[in-house]
Ligand binder design. Sequence first.
Ligand code: PGA
Length: 252
Amino acid sequence: MDRNLRTPVIAANWKMYKTIPEAVAFVHALESKVKSSKVKVVIIPPFTALNAVAEAADLTKILVGAQNISEHSEGPYTGEISPVQVSDAGAQYALVGHSERRRYFHEPNSLINGKLKAALKYDLIPILCVGETLEERKAGQTHEVIGKQLAECLDGISIDLAVNVVIAYEPVWAIGTGVTAIPEEAQAVHQFCRKTLEKFWGSIAEKIPLIYGGSVKADNAAELMKQKDIDGLLVGGASLSVETFSSIVNFD
Ligand code: PGA
């Protein structure tokens, strides 16, 4: 496996936090701290701050993502936001299938597959989140659950498009709980994901960034990033402070 085929991605998922002025101030403060980093730094703000963050991040190395998108490009879907609109607002990435969307908004794999295809159609890089619950892990079903999520969410994605996908392994039991997967434990699942992608797309699997999320902090980022199939991090709680997030980005 050649890790150099993949540029690391470290993304901040702000969830439902921050007003526009707070978001803009964060980007201005972050900019100088991540200037020389070799990783792709992605801020994923709430929709209300997306355009303001994109403008503040313009001409910096900071990239911008949306937390969710509709599977439709436009139409009478009150409350939804399309991939065309987030792209218009300045996003280059879109999260799809985050476990909070699966859990609280009952998003099934078939819908996530539609969102992922919509992202690719409008030139957004989808970050597909997969992960098992604690019950599933305890029952020894981790591979089965993640294998099914990958197969169903990535169904129908051709090899030429596959190279634009990012996968985030986020064990549900590690999200917002303060319990991080042990780096070797996370690596084992990442390796399983890579092997599964290889079955779909052959050697392209080597080029796909597999990032880890779930209680990432400044003091565990380096250890996680040492694992050979961990190509980045998706950070929730610890991404809300410039100090903490910048030290995660500058993990080495
Ligand atoms: P956390 O969230 O870092 O707060 O655990 C990660 C995520 O939900 O993407």
